[in-house]
Design a protein around this ligand. Sequence first.
Ligand code: FES
Length: 212
Amino acid sequence: MTMLPYSELVMEHFRHPRNVGRIEDADAKSVEGSPACGDMVAVYLKVDPEELRITDIKFESYGCASNIATGSIITELAKGKTLEEARQITWKQASEALGGLPPIKTHCSVLAVDGLRAAIQNYEERHGLVKERVPTTVEEVRRRLKHVMNPVVGLDLVRTKLVKDIEVAEGTVRVVLDLPADHQFANAIREDIREKIEPLWDVNELIVEFTE
Ligand code: FES
């Protein structure tokens, strides 16, 4: 096994990650999976509703050392910032703040930053703050399903061809999965889909169907 050349700072944040854990009464949260490696990260936010400022932030990582270190650094960078400011944090900044990450580990910091952005978006969707109210399309639903993992193989639902059909009509989204309803992960997957699709501003009802 080759050792990755991690900087001192990466190792320090990996060994002593800041802001790890969950916030039970979070105002917003996200769970994002990396299509590249199948690892997951969850981000929780407490937000001051007047100033739209992040007053507390925590993350849980099921990823590698780079992902944990990036989660640690971006939660430090985001705490105290407004949602708008925190959204501007890039994986490049995170990587620079960590003294650089090996190029093959880029997707790990992208995953952490995606988690932060998704949590911000979740807050905005829950609080009716989404500015561009574009109607939900089949493509948007498919894009979101790419962030739901198929736990059997650790890759996303779309990539593993579990999504058989998507329909969007008058506030109802129907997703058909090529999976038996009594599959051991059926409920978990349905809940993950619910988390991704229900916050969409024009979705009133979500129906997840199984093929067998
Ligand atoms: Fe998956 Fe780093 S290899 S998050």
